[in-house]
Design a protein around this ligand. Structure first.
Ligand code: NCD
Length: 336
């Protein structure tokens, strides 16, 4: 895949080679993300970080990634703070913003909106999540995390057995992850979801057509046996017609330390794109697992920075230059 100047809208743009290329660049970024060195390779460049839906990790890690490469970040976080609230079209907003920035990251509640926006943009646009559709950078960081976590156990992604739990219908992180994983060999997907929130037939059929195995489970305890990775997700309540509607699915599957100890193979890795819903009626991933060394959720969130740095470096064509603009850090760093 040619990254230079391209929009990143969907994981459909990535084959296995392109995915591995992002991972290789992410490795190069580790030293900067860990603040062992600094680089100013994007000095003078401006990112417009446009988040028209709630976000903590994705917004801040895209912003941090750009800052770590030496660039500056402008943010808009709510529709009501932007001219979209005055009836401005995505087309006009894109034409205007792309005059102010070198690259744009956008999250928007409507499926396909980021793609529509990108058509009018004069600079590359990265999809930070469009409704229930896709979340390509999340899938890349999830897969990168899986690769690293399995790597410590001398395993690779081919032949992976993974349990996907929760709202598989509305979870864009899951949608993008399934598509990206489909480029690897012989994956077994244990799908654990309420019937109404199952993965779409379209994604399921595409996985089967590529030779992967799908097993459906209604009981959490059955589905989490014999897997190497458990990927827990939140009920995407913002996609439901009403709160009562969403509440019917809250708390149906709850993973905690005693269930893990009883049913999982030793060292099963636990992932979640976050935020996990820690309210009493949800608790899909109990905080009593916080000390479990196989809980990879915070390493996963950390990996968002290097993956997003890699995407910026590839799209803006500075991969070869990054280290030429680097210096040691001058301040005290507890990470060293
Ligand atoms: C995910 C999202 O926004 O799709 N969060 C994230 O970006 N890390 C998952 C979620 O909100 O449940």
């Amino acid at each position: 895949m040619e990254f230079l100047g391209k929009h990143i809208l969907s994981v459909d743009q990535f084959d296995r080679n392109a995915t591995e290329q992002v991972f290789a660049v992410a490795e190069e970024m580790q030293v900067y993300a860990e603040r062992k060195r600094i680089t100013r390779v994007l000095e003078g460049a401006i990112l417009s970080n446009m988040f028209f839906e709630p976000s903590t990790r994705t917004r801040v890690s895209f912003g941090s990634a750009f800052n770590l490469l030496g660039g500056e970040v402008r943010e808009t976080t709510e529709v009501k703070d932007s001219s979209l609230a005055k009836g401005e079209s995505l087309y006009d907003t894109a034409r205007v913003l792309s005059g102010y920035s070198d690259i744009i990251v956008m999250r928007h509640p409507e499926e396909g909106s980021v793609s529509e926006f990108s058509e009018a943009s004069r600079v590359p646009v990265i999809n930070g999540g469009d409704g229930a559709n896709e979340h390509p950078s999340q899938a890349l960081l999830d897969l990168y995390t899986m690769k690293k976590e399995l790597g410590t156990k001398e395993k690779g992604l081919d032949g992976l057995r993974i349990a996907l739990i929760g709202d598989l219908k509305n979870g864009r992180a899951v949608h993008s992850l399934c598509k990206l994983l489909s480029h690897y060999q012989r994956i077994t997907f244990n799908l654990i979801a309420p019937q109404e929130l199952e993965l779409s037939d379209e994604i399921e059929t595409a996985l089967i057509a590529k030779g992967h195995t799908i097993k459906k489970h209604v009981r959490l305890e059955e589905g989490i046996k014999d897997v190497e990775i458990i990927y827990v997700t939140r009920t995407q309540e913002e996609r439901f017609a009403s709160q009562e509607d969403a509440d019917r699915y809250k708390g149906l599957f709850r993973l905690n330390q005693s269930i893990y100890t009883e049913h999982c193979a030793p060292n099963t890795v636990i992932m979640h794109p976050l935020p996990r819903d820690s309210r009493k009626d949800a608790q899909e991933l109990d905080i009593d697992m916080n000390e479990n060394p196989n809980l990879a959720i915070f390493r996963q969130a950390d990996n968002g920075v290097v993956i997003r740095m890699a995407l910026f470096a590839l799209v803006l064509g500075v991969v070869e230059e990054v280290h030429n603009h680097s210096q040691p850090v001058t301040w005290f760093s507890s990470r060293l």
